[in-house]
Design a protein around this ligand. Structure first.
Ligand code: G3I
Length: 595
Protein backbone atom coordinates (compact mmCIF):
# COMPACT_ATOMS: atom_id res chain seq x y z
CA UNK A 1 0.00 0.00 0.00
CA UNK A 2 1.42 3.34 -0.89
CA UNK A 3 1.55 5.97 1.83
CA UNK A 4 -1.40 8.32 1.78
CA UNK A 5 -0.12 11.82 2.10
CA UNK A 6 -2.36 14.61 3.13
CA UNK A 7 -1.18 18.14 2.97
CA UNK A 8 -2.97 21.27 3.92
CA UNK A 9 -2.83 24.38 1.87
CA UNK A 10 -2.35 26.30 5.08
CA UNK A 11 0.69 27.98 3.68
CA UNK A 12 -1.19 29.60 0.84
CA UNK A 13 -4.37 30.13 2.79
CA UNK A 14 -2.54 31.40 5.80
CA UNK A 15 -1.68 34.77 4.47
CA UNK A 16 -5.26 35.66 3.73
CA UNK A 17 -6.50 34.18 6.98
CA UNK A 18 -3.78 35.83 8.96
CA UNK A 19 -4.44 39.20 7.42
CA UNK A 20 -8.12 38.78 8.16
CA UNK A 21 -7.23 37.99 11.77
CA UNK A 22 -4.71 40.79 11.86
CA UNK A 23 -2.09 38.75 13.70
CA UNK A 24 0.53 37.63 11.21
CA UNK A 25 2.61 40.75 11.51
CA UNK A 26 3.09 40.08 15.20
CA UNK A 27 4.69 36.69 14.71
CA UNK A 28 7.70 35.61 12.69
CA UNK A 29 6.89 31.92 13.20
CA UNK A 30 4.81 30.55 10.39
CA UNK A 31 4.41 26.89 9.62
CA UNK A 32 2.26 24.38 7.81
CA UNK A 33 1.16 21.72 10.27
CA UNK A 34 0.04 18.65 8.36
CA UNK A 35 -1.50 15.44 9.60
CA UNK A 36 -0.25 12.57 7.45
CA UNK A 37 -1.52 9.00 7.33
CA UNK A 38 1.46 6.92 6.31
CA UNK A 39 0.01 3.47 6.73
CA UNK A 40 -3.53 2.30 7.21
CA UNK A 41 -4.96 -1.10 8.09
CA UNK A 42 -8.24 -2.42 9.53
CA UNK A 43 -7.78 -1.61 13.16
CA UNK A 44 -5.08 1.01 13.16
CA UNK A 45 -2.79 3.31 11.30
CA UNK A 46 0.55 4.98 11.59
CA UNK A 47 0.60 8.68 11.11
CA UNK A 48 2.86 11.66 11.32
CA UNK A 49 2.57 15.35 11.84
CA UNK A 50 4.82 17.38 9.65
CA UNK A 51 5.68 20.95 10.56
CA UNK A 52 7.12 22.95 7.69
CA UNK A 53 8.57 26.36 8.36
CA UNK A 54 7.12 28.57 5.65
CA UNK A 55 8.40 31.77 7.25
CA UNK A 56 11.64 33.62 6.86
CA UNK A 57 13.12 33.08 10.30
CA UNK A 58 13.85 29.93 12.24
CA UNK A 59 11.35 28.31 14.55
CA UNK A 60 12.93 27.52 17.91
CA UNK A 61 10.77 25.03 19.73
CA UNK A 62 7.31 23.82 18.81
CA UNK A 63 4.25 22.26 20.32
CA UNK A 64 1.15 21.09 18.49
CA UNK A 65 -2.14 19.56 19.57
CA UNK A 66 -4.94 17.50 18.06
CA UNK A 67 -8.00 15.55 19.14
CA UNK A 68 -9.87 12.53 17.74
CA UNK A 69 -13.44 11.36 18.01
CA UNK A 70 -12.80 7.61 18.32
CA UNK A 71 -9.13 7.07 17.39
CA UNK A 72 -6.47 6.98 20.11
CA UNK A 73 -2.67 7.21 19.99
CA UNK A 74 -0.91 4.10 21.31
CA UNK A 75 2.66 5.34 21.02
CA UNK A 76 4.65 8.14 19.45
CA UNK A 77 8.27 8.78 18.47
CA UNK A 78 10.54 11.75 17.87
CA UNK A 79 8.35 13.85 20.17
CA UNK A 80 7.35 14.19 23.80
CA UNK A 81 3.67 13.32 23.86
CA UNK A 82 1.38 14.36 26.67
CA UNK A 83 -2.36 14.33 27.22
CA UNK A 84 -4.91 11.66 26.53
CA UNK A 85 -7.07 13.02 23.71
CA UNK A 86 -6.55 15.84 23.16
CA UNK A 87 -2.86 15.17 22.69
CA UNK A 88 -0.01 17.64 22.79
CA UNK A 89 3.29 16.86 21.10
CA UNK A 90 6.37 18.91 21.90
CA UNK A 91 9.82 18.90 20.34
CA UNK A 92 12.60 16.80 21.86
CA UNK A 93 15.24 19.49 21.84
CA UNK A 94 17.28 18.08 18.97
CA UNK A 95 14.37 18.56 16.57
CA UNK A 96 13.12 21.83 18.03
CA UNK A 97 14.75 24.15 15.53
CA UNK A 98 13.21 24.37 12.08
CA UNK A 99 15.00 26.55 9.59
CA UNK A 100 13.00 28.42 6.92
CA UNK A 101 11.93 25.95 4.27
CA UNK A 102 12.76 22.94 6.43
CA UNK A 103 10.37 20.45 7.99
CA UNK A 104 10.38 18.22 10.99
CA UNK A 105 8.09 15.28 11.34
CA UNK A 106 7.20 13.06 14.27
CA UNK A 107 5.29 9.82 14.12
CA UNK A 108 2.71 7.89 16.06
CA UNK A 109 0.63 4.76 15.95
CA UNK A 110 -3.12 4.96 16.27
CA UNK A 111 -5.70 2.43 17.38
CA UNK A 112 -8.86 3.24 15.41
CA UNK A 113 -11.05 2.11 18.29
CA UNK A 114 -13.87 1.14 16.01
CA UNK A 115 -13.75 4.43 14.13
CA UNK A 116 -12.48 5.26 10.69
CA UNK A 117 -9.13 6.80 9.78
CA UNK A 118 -9.65 10.21 11.30
CA UNK A 119 -7.76 13.28 10.11
CA UNK A 120 -8.00 15.76 12.97
CA UNK A 121 -7.09 19.39 12.77
CA UNK A 122 -3.64 20.23 14.07
CA UNK A 123 -3.29 23.36 16.15
CA UNK A 124 -0.41 25.13 17.81
CA UNK A 125 1.33 28.45 18.13
CA UNK A 126 3.57 27.80 15.17
CA UNK A 127 0.81 26.51 12.92
CA UNK A 128 -0.11 29.11 10.33
CA UNK A 129 1.54 31.90 12.27
CA UNK A 130 -1.73 33.03 13.78
CA UNK A 131 -0.33 32.90 17.26
CA UNK A 132 -2.92 30.43 18.44
CA UNK A 133 -5.03 27.53 17.32
CA UNK A 134 -5.61 28.44 13.78
CA UNK A 135 -8.86 26.65 13.30
CA UNK A 136 -9.46 28.04 9.86
CA UNK A 137 -6.20 26.82 8.42
CA UNK A 138 -6.46 23.56 10.27
CA UNK A 139 -9.93 23.08 8.95
CA UNK A 140 -8.40 23.58 5.59
CA UNK A 141 -6.05 20.75 6.43
CA UNK A 142 -8.91 18.57 7.41
CA UNK A 143 -11.02 19.45 4.44
CA UNK A 144 -8.21 18.68 2.11
CA UNK A 145 -7.68 15.24 3.55
CA UNK A 146 -9.11 13.43 0.60
CA UNK A 147 -7.87 15.73 -2.08
CA UNK A 148 -5.68 13.88 -4.52
CA UNK A 149 -4.11 17.14 -5.56
CA UNK A 150 -2.97 17.64 -2.01
CA UNK A 151 -1.78 14.10 -1.50
CA UNK A 152 0.79 14.27 -4.23
CA UNK A 153 2.40 17.42 -2.96
CA UNK A 154 3.99 16.43 0.30
CA UNK A 155 7.72 16.02 0.44
CA UNK A 156 7.50 14.40 3.88
CA UNK A 157 10.86 15.65 5.04
CA UNK A 158 11.37 14.25 8.48
CA UNK A 159 14.89 14.83 9.50
CA UNK A 160 16.71 17.79 10.80
CA UNK A 161 19.61 17.92 8.40
CA UNK A 162 20.65 21.53 8.41
CA UNK A 163 19.44 23.57 5.49
CA UNK A 164 22.16 25.94 4.54
CA UNK A 165 20.57 27.22 1.38
CA UNK A 166 20.72 25.78 -2.10
CA UNK A 167 19.55 22.34 -3.14
CA UNK A 168 19.37 19.20 -1.08
CA UNK A 169 18.03 15.71 -1.57
CA UNK A 170 14.83 14.54 0.05
CA UNK A 171 15.64 10.80 0.35
CA UNK A 172 12.54 9.04 1.62
CA UNK A 173 11.82 11.79 4.09
CA UNK A 174 15.37 12.63 5.14
CA UNK A 175 17.34 15.57 3.80
CA UNK A 176 20.88 14.89 2.58
CA UNK A 177 23.35 17.22 0.91
CA UNK A 178 23.82 16.76 -2.82
CA UNK A 179 27.30 15.51 -3.74
CA UNK A 180 29.59 17.81 -5.60
CA UNK A 181 32.10 15.25 -6.83
CA UNK A 182 30.23 11.96 -6.88
CA UNK A 183 28.60 11.22 -10.20
CA UNK A 184 26.04 8.67 -9.13
CA UNK A 185 24.77 6.81 -6.09
CA UNK A 186 25.74 7.72 -2.56
CA UNK A 187 28.92 9.55 -1.76
CA UNK A 188 30.94 10.59 1.25
CA UNK A 189 32.06 14.20 1.05
CA UNK A 190 32.95 16.76 3.71
CA UNK A 191 32.69 14.06 6.36
CA UNK A 192 29.08 13.22 5.66
CA UNK A 193 26.90 11.18 3.36
CA UNK A 194 25.70 12.85 0.22
CA UNK A 195 23.65 11.78 -2.75
CA UNK A 196 24.60 12.40 -6.34
CA UNK A 197 22.18 14.78 -8.10
CA UNK A 198 21.45 12.22 -10.82
CA UNK A 199 20.51 9.59 -8.25
CA UNK A 200 18.44 11.95 -6.17
CA UNK A 201 16.49 13.29 -9.08
CA UNK A 202 15.58 9.79 -10.22
CA UNK A 203 13.60 9.10 -7.02
CA UNK A 204 9.82 8.99 -7.35
CA UNK A 205 7.54 11.80 -6.24
CA UNK A 206 7.41 13.34 -3.70
CA UNK A 207 11.14 12.71 -3.22
CA UNK A 208 14.02 14.17 -5.12
CA UNK A 209 15.93 17.42 -5.22
CA UNK A 210 14.43 20.11 -3.01
CA UNK A 211 15.04 23.80 -2.98
CA UNK A 212 14.50 25.31 0.43
CA UNK A 213 12.26 22.42 1.46
CA UNK A 214 10.03 22.20 -1.59
CA UNK A 215 10.31 19.37 -4.07
CA UNK A 216 11.53 20.35 -7.44
CA UNK A 217 10.39 18.42 -10.43
CA UNK A 218 12.41 15.27 -10.67
CA UNK A 219 14.13 14.49 -13.88
CA UNK A 220 14.01 10.93 -15.03
CA UNK A 221 17.72 10.36 -15.22
CA UNK A 222 18.62 7.02 -13.77
CA UNK A 223 21.75 5.87 -12.09
CA UNK A 224 23.30 2.53 -12.65
CA UNK A 225 24.81 2.39 -9.22
CA UNK A 226 22.14 3.99 -7.11
CA UNK A 227 21.34 1.71 -4.20
CA UNK A 228 17.60 2.13 -3.78
CA UNK A 229 15.95 0.37 -0.93
CA UNK A 230 12.39 0.44 -2.14
CA UNK A 231 12.45 0.42 -5.84
CA UNK A 232 10.78 -2.67 -7.19
CA UNK A 233 8.06 -5.18 -6.43
CA UNK A 234 8.90 -8.38 -4.62
CA UNK A 235 9.97 -10.99 -7.07
CA UNK A 236 7.31 -13.52 -7.92
CA UNK A 237 9.74 -16.15 -9.07
CA UNK A 238 12.71 -17.88 -7.54
CA UNK A 239 15.42 -15.39 -7.18
CA UNK A 240 18.70 -14.88 -5.46
CA UNK A 241 17.60 -11.60 -3.98
CA UNK A 242 13.82 -11.13 -3.85
CA UNK A 243 13.95 -7.39 -3.21
CA UNK A 244 10.88 -5.26 -3.52
CA UNK A 245 8.51 -2.63 -2.20
CA UNK A 246 7.52 -2.21 1.41
CA UNK A 247 4.14 -0.94 2.59
CA UNK A 248 5.88 1.61 4.82
CA UNK A 249 8.72 4.03 4.36
CA UNK A 250 10.92 3.32 7.29
CA UNK A 251 11.20 0.57 9.88
CA UNK A 252 12.54 2.91 12.53
CA UNK A 253 9.63 5.30 12.20
CA UNK A 254 7.05 2.61 12.93
CA UNK A 255 7.88 2.48 16.64
CA UNK A 256 9.41 4.54 19.40
CA UNK A 257 12.08 2.06 20.51
CA UNK A 258 15.32 1.41 18.64
CA UNK A 259 15.28 -0.73 15.52
CA UNK A 260 18.98 -1.31 15.07
CA UNK A 261 21.51 -2.93 12.80
CA UNK A 262 25.09 -4.15 13.20
CA UNK A 263 27.55 -2.54 10.83
CA UNK A 264 31.10 -3.03 9.64
CA UNK A 265 33.13 0.16 9.93
CA UNK A 266 36.72 1.39 10.16
CA UNK A 267 38.99 -0.73 7.97
CA UNK A 268 36.72 -3.75 7.89
CA UNK A 269 35.63 -5.41 4.70
CA UNK A 270 32.42 -3.75 3.53
CA UNK A 271 32.91 -0.81 5.90
CA UNK A 272 29.98 1.55 5.70
CA UNK A 273 32.50 4.32 5.16
CA UNK A 274 33.92 2.87 1.98
CA UNK A 275 32.98 5.10 -0.88
CA UNK A 276 31.76 2.23 -3.01
CA UNK A 277 28.56 0.39 -3.76
CA UNK A 278 28.46 -1.44 -0.42
CA UNK A 279 29.40 1.59 1.66
CA UNK A 280 26.97 3.91 -0.04
CA UNK A 281 24.20 1.34 -0.13
CA UNK A 282 24.51 0.52 3.55
CA UNK A 283 24.50 4.15 4.61
CA UNK A 284 21.33 4.68 2.62
CA UNK A 285 19.59 1.68 4.20
CA UNK A 286 20.74 2.57 7.70
CA UNK A 287 19.57 6.17 7.61
CA UNK A 288 16.25 5.24 6.03
CA UNK A 289 15.36 2.26 8.20
CA UNK A 290 17.39 2.03 11.39
CA UNK A 291 17.43 4.19 14.49
CA UNK A 292 20.46 2.58 16.12
CA UNK A 293 23.71 0.96 15.04
CA UNK A 294 25.96 -1.55 16.77
CA UNK A 295 29.57 -1.94 15.67
CA UNK A 296 29.81 -5.58 14.58
CA UNK A 297 33.47 -5.60 15.62
CA UNK A 298 35.25 -2.29 15.94
CA UNK A 299 34.26 -1.47 19.51
CA UNK A 300 35.50 -4.78 20.87
CA UNK A 301 38.47 -4.87 23.24
CA UNK A 302 41.48 -5.21 20.94
CA UNK A 303 40.14 -2.69 18.45
CA UNK A 304 39.97 0.03 21.10
CA UNK A 305 42.68 -0.93 23.57
CA UNK A 306 45.43 -2.92 21.93
CA UNK A 307 48.18 -1.63 24.20
CA UNK A 308 47.55 -1.10 27.87
CA UNK A 309 46.66 2.52 28.53
CA UNK A 310 46.77 3.42 24.85
CA UNK A 311 43.26 3.66 23.45
CA UNK A 312 42.62 3.93 19.73
CA UNK A 313 39.20 5.46 19.31
CA UNK A 314 39.52 6.88 15.79
CA UNK A 315 37.46 4.33 13.87
CA UNK A 316 34.82 4.01 16.56
CA UNK A 317 34.57 7.78 16.89
CA UNK A 318 34.00 8.02 13.16
CA UNK A 319 31.10 5.59 13.46
CA UNK A 320 29.58 7.17 16.55
CA UNK A 321 29.89 10.70 15.17
CA UNK A 322 28.39 9.65 11.86
CA UNK A 323 25.50 7.95 13.63
CA UNK A 324 24.76 10.94 15.83
CA UNK A 325 24.92 13.39 12.95
CA UNK A 326 22.42 11.21 11.09
CA UNK A 327 20.07 11.00 14.06
CA UNK A 328 20.94 7.34 14.63
CA UNK A 329 21.70 6.03 18.13
CA UNK A 330 24.52 3.66 19.10
CA UNK A 331 24.48 0.46 21.13
CA UNK A 332 28.01 -0.28 22.34
CA UNK A 333 29.33 -3.81 21.82
CA UNK A 334 31.12 -5.11 23.85
CA UNK A 335 33.11 -3.92 26.86
CA UNK A 336 34.17 -7.40 27.99
CA UNK A 337 34.17 -10.55 25.88
CA UNK A 338 36.46 -13.52 26.34
CA UNK A 339 36.44 -14.61 22.72
CA UNK A 340 39.53 -15.30 20.62
CA UNK A 341 41.42 -12.64 18.71
CA UNK A 342 39.60 -9.68 20.12
CA UNK A 343 41.07 -9.97 23.62
CA UNK A 344 44.16 -7.77 23.29
CA UNK A 345 47.55 -9.47 23.54
CA UNK A 346 48.53 -7.43 26.58
CA UNK A 347 45.58 -8.95 28.42
CA UNK A 348 46.12 -12.44 27.10
CA UNK A 349 49.72 -12.27 28.37
CA UNK A 350 48.97 -10.39 31.56
CA UNK A 351 50.47 -11.92 34.71
CA UNK A 352 49.04 -10.54 37.92
CA UNK A 353 47.10 -11.14 41.08
CA UNK A 354 43.33 -11.14 41.11
CA UNK A 355 43.37 -7.52 42.30
CA UNK A 356 45.73 -6.52 39.51
CA UNK A 357 43.45 -8.19 37.01
CA UNK A 358 40.45 -6.34 38.39
CA UNK A 359 42.39 -3.10 38.11
CA UNK A 360 43.28 -3.83 34.49
CA UNK A 361 39.70 -4.74 33.66
CA UNK A 362 38.37 -1.58 35.29
CA UNK A 363 40.92 0.45 33.40
CA UNK A 364 39.61 -0.96 30.13
CA UNK A 365 35.92 -0.59 30.93
CA UNK A 366 36.29 2.91 32.37
CA UNK A 367 38.52 4.10 29.56
CA UNK A 368 36.09 3.00 26.88
CA UNK A 369 32.79 3.79 28.59
CA UNK A 370 33.89 7.25 29.72
CA UNK A 371 35.15 8.10 26.24
CA UNK A 372 31.74 7.38 24.70
CA UNK A 373 29.69 8.65 27.65
CA UNK A 374 26.75 10.71 26.46
CA UNK A 375 27.13 9.39 22.92
CA UNK A 376 25.94 5.79 23.24
CA UNK A 377 22.51 4.65 24.34
CA UNK A 378 23.63 1.42 25.93
CA UNK A 379 26.42 -1.16 26.29
CA UNK A 380 26.78 -4.90 26.18
CA UNK A 381 28.92 -4.80 29.29
CA UNK A 382 29.73 -8.49 29.42
CA UNK A 383 29.17 -10.81 26.49
CA UNK A 384 28.79 -14.59 26.69
CA UNK A 385 29.92 -15.35 30.25
CA UNK A 386 27.89 -18.55 30.62
CA UNK A 387 27.70 -22.03 29.19
CA UNK A 388 24.93 -24.43 30.00
CA UNK A 389 26.86 -25.84 32.95
CA UNK A 390 27.59 -22.51 34.56
CA UNK A 391 30.31 -19.90 34.16
CA UNK A 392 32.40 -20.19 31.03
CA UNK A 393 35.70 -21.50 32.28
CA UNK A 394 37.59 -20.86 29.05
CA UNK A 395 37.31 -17.13 29.67
CA UNK A 396 40.61 -15.55 30.63
CA UNK A 397 38.65 -13.21 32.86
CA UNK A 398 36.97 -16.02 34.76
CA UNK A 399 40.26 -17.85 35.07
CA UNK A 400 41.92 -14.87 36.71
CA UNK A 401 39.11 -13.21 38.63
CA UNK A 402 36.40 -15.83 39.01
CA UNK A 403 32.77 -14.77 38.60
CA UNK A 404 33.64 -11.45 40.22
CA UNK A 405 34.80 -9.98 36.90
CA UNK A 406 31.23 -9.59 35.69
CA UNK A 407 30.05 -7.32 38.46
CA UNK A 408 33.32 -5.39 38.42
CA UNK A 409 32.69 -4.62 34.77
CA UNK A 410 29.12 -3.47 35.39
CA UNK A 411 30.17 -1.26 38.31
CA UNK A 412 32.97 0.34 36.30
CA UNK A 413 30.65 0.91 33.33
CA UNK A 414 28.01 2.61 35.46
CA UNK A 415 30.64 4.83 37.11
CA UNK A 416 32.01 5.83 33.73
CA UNK A 417 28.68 6.45 32.00
CA UNK A 418 25.76 6.78 34.42
CA UNK A 419 23.25 7.34 31.60
CA UNK A 420 23.91 4.34 29.39
CA UNK A 421 21.75 1.24 29.81
CA UNK A 422 23.91 -1.70 30.81
CA UNK A 423 23.17 -5.15 29.37
CA UNK A 424 24.34 -8.69 29.93
CA UNK A 425 24.36 -10.24 26.43
CA UNK A 426 24.44 -13.90 25.37
CA UNK A 427 23.36 -16.39 22.71
CA UNK A 428 21.20 -19.49 23.06
CA UNK A 429 19.14 -18.00 25.85
CA UNK A 430 16.09 -17.67 23.62
CA UNK A 431 15.15 -21.27 24.26
CA UNK A 432 15.22 -20.96 28.03
CA UNK A 433 17.02 -23.63 30.01
CA UNK A 434 19.64 -23.86 31.29
CA UNK A 435 21.96 -21.01 30.23
CA UNK A 436 19.15 -18.52 30.54
CA UNK A 437 18.57 -19.63 34.14
CA UNK A 438 22.21 -18.92 34.93
CA UNK A 439 21.88 -15.41 33.59
CA UNK A 440 18.65 -14.89 35.52
CA UNK A 441 20.24 -16.05 38.74
CA UNK A 442 23.06 -13.59 38.18
CA UNK A 443 20.65 -10.75 37.36
CA UNK A 444 18.50 -11.41 40.44
CA UNK A 445 21.63 -11.46 42.58
CA UNK A 446 22.82 -8.18 41.04
CA UNK A 447 19.48 -6.54 41.66
CA UNK A 448 19.41 -7.71 45.26
CA UNK A 449 22.94 -6.50 45.96
CA UNK A 450 22.62 -3.25 44.02
CA UNK A 451 25.09 -4.17 41.28
CA UNK A 452 24.03 -1.98 38.34
CA UNK A 453 22.31 -3.81 35.47
CA UNK A 454 19.54 -2.50 33.23
CA UNK A 455 18.76 -5.27 30.82
CA UNK A 456 19.31 -8.63 29.23
CA UNK A 457 20.43 -8.86 25.62
CA UNK A 458 19.27 -11.90 23.70
CA UNK A 459 21.48 -12.36 20.66
CA UNK A 460 18.86 -14.25 18.62
CA UNK A 461 21.07 -16.11 16.18
CA UNK A 462 18.10 -18.38 15.60
CA UNK A 463 16.63 -20.51 12.83
CA UNK A 464 13.30 -20.74 11.09
CA UNK A 465 12.47 -23.89 13.06
CA UNK A 466 14.27 -23.23 16.36
CA UNK A 467 13.49 -22.27 19.06
CA UNK A 468 9.73 -22.01 19.56
CA UNK A 469 8.09 -18.64 20.01
CA UNK A 470 6.60 -20.07 23.20
CA UNK A 471 10.12 -20.34 24.65
CA UNK A 472 10.94 -16.84 23.48
CA UNK A 473 7.84 -15.46 25.15
CA UNK A 474 8.66 -17.23 28.40
CA UNK A 475 12.19 -15.86 28.61
CA UNK A 476 11.06 -12.35 27.66
CA UNK A 477 8.41 -12.33 30.33
CA UNK A 478 10.80 -13.59 33.00
CA UNK A 479 13.14 -10.69 32.30
CA UNK A 480 10.20 -8.29 32.27
CA UNK A 481 9.08 -9.61 35.66
CA UNK A 482 12.50 -8.76 37.07
CA UNK A 483 11.94 -5.17 35.95
CA UNK A 484 14.83 -5.28 33.46
CA UNK A 485 14.87 -4.19 29.84
CA UNK A 486 14.84 -6.74 27.05
CA UNK A 487 16.89 -6.21 23.90
CA UNK A 488 17.16 -8.46 20.87
CA UNK A 489 20.75 -7.65 20.04
CA UNK A 490 21.93 -9.74 17.07
CA UNK A 491 18.94 -11.06 15.17
CA UNK A 492 19.50 -13.11 12.04
CA UNK A 493 17.64 -16.09 10.59
CA UNK A 494 19.32 -18.15 7.87
CA UNK A 495 17.06 -20.23 5.65
CA UNK A 496 19.31 -23.27 6.25
CA UNK A 497 19.64 -24.74 9.72
CA UNK A 498 23.05 -26.46 9.83
CA UNK A 499 21.97 -28.34 12.96
CA UNK A 500 18.62 -29.44 11.53
CA UNK A 501 17.83 -32.99 10.40
CA UNK A 502 17.26 -31.90 6.80
CA UNK A 503 20.58 -30.18 6.33
CA UNK A 504 23.50 -32.12 5.02
CA UNK A 505 25.84 -30.18 2.81
CA UNK A 506 26.38 -30.83 -0.11
CA UNK A 507 23.62 -33.43 -0.42
CA UNK A 508 20.71 -31.58 1.01
CA UNK A 509 20.49 -27.87 1.65
CA UNK A 510 18.66 -24.81 0.36
CA UNK A 511 20.86 -23.47 -2.39
CA UNK A 512 18.59 -20.69 -3.70
CA UNK A 513 16.57 -17.98 -2.08
CA UNK A 514 13.23 -19.30 -3.25
CA UNK A 515 9.91 -17.55 -2.71
CA UNK A 516 9.00 -20.28 -0.30
CA UNK A 517 12.13 -19.77 1.80
CA UNK A 518 11.66 -16.00 1.76
CA UNK A 519 8.03 -16.37 2.82
CA UNK A 520 8.85 -18.69 5.74
CA UNK A 521 11.61 -16.35 6.78
CA UNK A 522 9.25 -13.35 6.57
CA UNK A 523 6.73 -15.02 8.87
CA UNK A 524 9.46 -16.04 11.30
CA UNK A 525 10.94 -12.53 11.57
CA UNK A 526 7.43 -11.19 12.04
CA UNK A 527 6.56 -13.73 14.77
CA UNK A 528 9.72 -12.96 16.73
CA UNK A 529 9.03 -9.24 16.74
CA UNK A 530 5.36 -9.94 17.49
CA UNK A 531 6.40 -12.04 20.53
CA UNK A 532 8.70 -9.25 21.67
CA UNK A 533 5.95 -6.64 21.46
CA UNK A 534 3.45 -8.90 23.16
CA UNK A 535 5.63 -9.70 26.16
CA UNK A 536 7.75 -6.60 26.66
CA UNK A 537 5.93 -3.45 27.74
CA UNK A 538 7.05 -0.18 26.11
CA UNK A 539 9.10 1.03 29.07
CA UNK A 540 11.20 -2.15 29.01
CA UNK A 541 11.86 -2.31 25.25
CA UNK A 542 15.57 -1.90 24.66
CA UNK A 543 15.03 -2.51 20.97
CA UNK A 544 15.51 -5.03 18.20
CA UNK A 545 18.80 -5.15 16.30
CA UNK A 546 19.53 -7.16 13.16
CA UNK A 547 23.10 -8.50 12.85
CA UNK A 548 24.14 -7.02 9.53
CA UNK A 549 22.72 -4.88 6.76
CA UNK A 550 22.89 -7.08 3.65
CA UNK A 551 22.85 -10.82 3.16
CA UNK A 552 26.27 -11.61 1.76
CA UNK A 553 27.93 -9.65 4.57
CA UNK A 554 26.53 -11.96 7.24
CA UNK A 555 29.04 -13.59 9.63
CA UNK A 556 27.05 -16.82 9.28
CA UNK A 557 28.26 -17.54 5.76
CA UNK A 558 31.87 -17.91 6.82
CA UNK A 559 31.59 -18.85 10.45
CA UNK A 560 28.57 -21.15 10.49
CA UNK A 561 28.33 -22.40 6.92
CA UNK A 562 32.10 -22.55 6.23
CA UNK A 563 31.67 -20.57 3.01
CA UNK A 564 30.08 -23.66 1.49
CA UNK A 565 27.11 -21.84 0.02
CA UNK A 566 25.17 -18.60 -0.02
CA UNK A 567 22.83 -17.58 2.77
CA UNK A 568 20.15 -14.90 3.12
CA UNK A 569 19.69 -14.29 6.85
CA UNK A 570 19.06 -10.53 6.86
CA UNK A 571 16.46 -7.94 5.81
CA UNK A 572 18.15 -6.46 2.73
CA UNK A 573 19.65 -8.09 -0.33
CA UNK A 574 22.99 -7.28 -1.91
CA UNK A 575 21.38 -4.53 -3.98
CA UNK A 576 20.14 -2.95 -0.74
CA UNK A 577 16.55 -3.68 -1.61
CA UNK A 578 14.24 -4.76 1.22
CA UNK A 579 13.37 -8.45 1.21
CA UNK A 580 10.14 -10.07 2.43
CA UNK A 581 11.57 -10.41 5.98
CA UNK A 582 11.81 -6.59 6.14
CA UNK A 583 8.10 -6.47 5.41
CA UNK A 584 7.61 -9.15 8.07
CA UNK A 585 9.36 -7.04 10.70
CA UNK A 586 7.33 -4.02 9.62
CA UNK A 587 4.09 -6.00 9.77
CA UNK A 588 4.80 -6.97 13.36
CA UNK A 589 5.76 -3.43 14.30
CA UNK A 590 2.48 -2.18 12.80
CA UNK A 591 0.50 -4.80 14.71
CA UNK A 592 -0.50 -6.61 11.56
CA UNK A 593 -0.83 -10.39 11.27
CA UNK A 594 2.26 -12.46 10.43
CA UNK A 595 1.45 -14.00 7.08
O1 G3I B 1 40.16 -7.84 10.45
C1 G3I B 1 40.73 -9.12 10.18
C2 G3I B 1 41.49 -9.10 8.89
O2 G3I B 1 42.56 -8.21 9.01
C3 G3I B 1 41.97 -10.51 8.58
O3 G3I B 1 42.57 -10.50 7.31
C4 G3I B 1 40.80 -11.47 8.56
C5 G3I B 1 41.26 -12.91 8.33
O4 G3I B 1 40.53 -13.83 9.06
O5 G3I B 1 40.15 -11.40 9.80
C6 G3I B 1 39.62 -10.14 10.09
O6 G3I B 1 38.98 -10.16 11.32
C7 G3I B 1 37.75 -10.85 11.35
C8 G3I B 1 36.73 -9.91 11.97
O7 G3I B 1 35.49 -10.57 12.11
C9 G3I B 1 36.53 -8.63 11.18
O8 G3I B 1 35.96 -8.88 9.95
C10 G3I B 1 37.87 -12.07 12.20
O9 G3I B 1 38.74 -13.01 11.58
C11 G3I B 1 36.54 -12.71 12.40
O10 G3I B 1 36.66 -13.78 13.31
C12 G3I B 1 35.58 -11.69 12.97
O11 G3I B 1 34.34 -12.30 13.12
C13 G3I B 1 33.42 -11.60 13.94
C14 G3I B 1 33.08 -12.48 15.15
O12 G3I B 1 32.09 -11.83 15.92
C15 G3I B 1 34.29 -12.72 16.02
O13 G3I B 1 34.09 -13.82 16.75
C16 G3I B 1 32.17 -11.34 13.14
O14 G3I B 1 32.48 -10.41 12.11
C17 G3I B 1 31.10 -10.76 14.05
O15 G3I B 1 29.89 -10.65 13.33
C18 G3I B 1 30.88 -11.69 15.23
O16 G3I B 1 29.92 -11.13 16.07
C19 G3I B 1 29.60 -11.90 17.22
C20 G3I B 1 29.28 -10.92 18.31
O17 G3I B 1 30.35 -10.06 18.54
C21 G3I B 1 28.94 -11.66 19.60
N1 G3I B 1 27.87 -12.57 19.37
C22 G3I B 1 28.08 -13.52 18.30
C23 G3I B 1 28.37 -12.78 17.00
C24 G3I B 1 28.51 -13.75 15.87
O18 G3I B 1 29.61 -14.57 16.04
Amino acid sequence: MLPIRIRSLASSLMLGLGLAMGSVGALAQTADCNYIISNDWNSGLTGAIQITNTGSSSIDGWSVSWEYDANRVTNAWNTQLSGDNPYTATDMGWNGTIQPGQSVEFGFQVNKNGGGSEVPEVTGDVCSGSGGSSSASSQASSQLSSSSEASSESSSISSSAPVTGGSQCNWYGTLYPLCENTESGWGWENNESCIAPSTCSSQPDPYGIVEGGASSSASSQSSSSAPASSSSSFSSSSSSSAGGDLTFESLRNLVDFPIGVAVPAGNETNSIFDNDYEGNGQRGVITQHFGQVTAGNIMKMSYLHNERGNFTFGNADELVDWAISNNVGVHGHALVWHSDYQVPNWMQNFQGTEEEWVEALREHVSGVASHFAGRVDSWDVVNEAFVDDGYRTDSIFYQNMGERYIEEAFIAARDADPDADLYYNDFSMENGQPKFDRAMTMAEDFLQRGVPIDGIGFQFHVFIDWPSTTSMREVFSRVVDLGLKVKITELDIPVNNPYGNDYSYPDNYIAEYTDDAAQRQKVRFCQIVEAYLAEVPPAQRGGVTVWGVFDSDSWLIEQTFDNNHDEWPLLFNDDFEPKPPAQGVGDALMGMPCQ
